[in-house]
Design a protein around this ligand. Structure first.
Ligand code: UTP
Length: 412
């Protein structure tokens, strides 16, 4: 008997997941190996704990208070100049890198490929990845510096992402400056806490949320690579916003001046009901409160100037010092649970496409790392200059709205 198989069987017996090997004999040899490797690498103890705690509402009482911010639009010309100079020095000294989070599934958009390969519908047309690359090329021209660009993919979309860059000759940016790394996965489980199988008989896993970035930057040697390059500041942003500022010298300057470990970019919440998370302090530490966690009363509270007290939307555009990444990455971020639809193979070997959600998916969020930071500044940016999300196929935050915002900002 194959010792690996025996070991896998023991693990599954311990955690009552024996069905995962039910179709083993029918698999071709590479898939057999893959399944055994999956079983040996999955943390079933963690999965069991997550399942056991799904319906236990955590009463971690945190005191939520507003967080201070710096408003870009209210800076004087002298202040701007001061911060810009500090920030641009960092870039000129090759101490700055960008990480793009491109490991999401993009289920709402429904594009058949990695989200970054989505063509925005410009004239001439460009993918989101090319739009970002153009911004880096512009900086190269301006400062004569090639900014290292790290792209986080998932197991599911890594190959397609790399092929896309290959096919497009890395959009004539430096190939050596672009590095891909794959984020971690965690199995999805059904209502009974059982792992589910893919149509190929493997255990179905999904990317572990954008909070997985810290762990995977360590596991993939990205932090070491950055240190070798003497990188001190890292901007982490999403793949689905063509107005992301890949470099914001002002933000960098602010971080240095305030001796901050990180700076979070915010934009003003458009109305108290908008479904976005907002920056705040939880138990006096920087954090984000989700729209589901905040009461109507709090969401509507205003300060003496008539502005929302909790109005600084988190848009997933954050600047971190390498120290901040090390500090956040040292511990596992908490998992959040979502109940989702997932295609699976049932115990009779039939592929089921559910009409209703059937599975738990576990995700970590990047902003859960903020509370570990001693000093995090918030910089309020301008919505029209920074935010054109591509989330849904149609309607709000869709390619159509993003295209309009992009064209209007770039006047193209
Ligand atoms: P979203 O939370 O909007 O998720 O990601 P998504 O996967 O793109 O879209 P839906 O919810 O399935 O429709 C915000 C950013 O975080 C990245 C996404 O690629 C996007 O840039 N992300 C999300 C990851 O890199 N990994 C993840 O596991 C989740």
């Amino acid at each position: 008997m194959n010792p690996k198989y025996e070991q896998a069987e023991q693990i599954l017996n311990k955690y009552n997941q024996q069905h995962a090997l039910k179709f083993y004999d029918n698999l071709e040899s590479t898939k057999k190996e893959e399944l055994l490797n999956q079983i040996l690498s999955i943390d079933f103890e963690q999965l069991k704990n997550l399942y056991d705690n799904i319906n236990k509402i955590e009463h971690k009482q945190s005191e939520i208070t507003p967080i201070e911010y710096t408003d870009k639009s209210k800076m004087t010309q002298d202040e701007k100049k001061y911060y810009l100079e500090k920030g641009s020095n960092v870039i000129k000294q090759n101490k700055y890198a960008v990480v793009t989070m491109a490991g999401g599934q993009g289920t709402r958009l429904g594009h058949s490929g990695p989200k970054g390969t989505f063509m925005l519908g410009l004239n001439p047309d460009k993918s989101l990845f090319e739009i970002f690359c153009d911004k880096l090329k512009k900086i190269k021209k301006q400062y004569g510096v090639i900014i290292p660009w790290y792209i986080m993919t998932s197991k599911e979309n890594n190959k397609e992402t790399v092929n896309f860059f290959e096919k497009n000759n890395y959009f004539n940016y430096s190939k050596e400056a672009i590095k891909f790394f794959i984020q971690e996965e965690i199995p999805m489980i059904d209502k009974q806490g059982k792992v589910i199988l893919t149509e190929h008989g493997l255990i179905k896993q999904a990317a572990n949320g954008h909070g997985g970035i810290f762990e995977s930057m360590f596991k993939n040697g990205i932090v070491d690579d950055m240190k070798k390059k003497n990188i001190e500041w890292i901007f982490i942003g999403p793949v689905d916003n063509p107005l992301v500022q890949m470099t914001d010298e002002l933000m960098l300057g602010l971080a240095i001046d305030k001796k901050a470990m990180a700076v979070g970019k915010s934009i003003v919440k458009s109305n108290p009901e908008e479904k976005v998370g907002v920056f705040c302090k939880k138990n006096n530490n920087p954090s984000v409160v989700e729209y589901t966690e905040i009461t109507k009363e709090m969401a509507e509270m205003k300060d003496k100037n008539g502005e929302l007290l909790y109005g600084e939307s988190h848009i997933n555009c954050n600047l971190f010092s390498i120290r901040a990444i090390e500090k956040i990455g040292a511990e596992q971020l908490p998992y959040h649970t979502a109940f989702k639809k997932a295609v699976y193979m049932n115990e009779d070997g039939k592929v089921i496409k559910p009409e209703e959600p059937n599975c738990y998916k576990f995700e970590t969020f990047i902003f859960d790392g903020f509370e570990k930071l001693d000093n995090m500044q918030i910089l309020r940016g301008i919505r029209e200059e920074e935010f054109a999300p591509v989330k849904n196929k149609e309607g709000v935050d869709s390619p159509e709205t993003a295209r309009k915002l992009y064209k209007s900002y770039y006047n193209c």
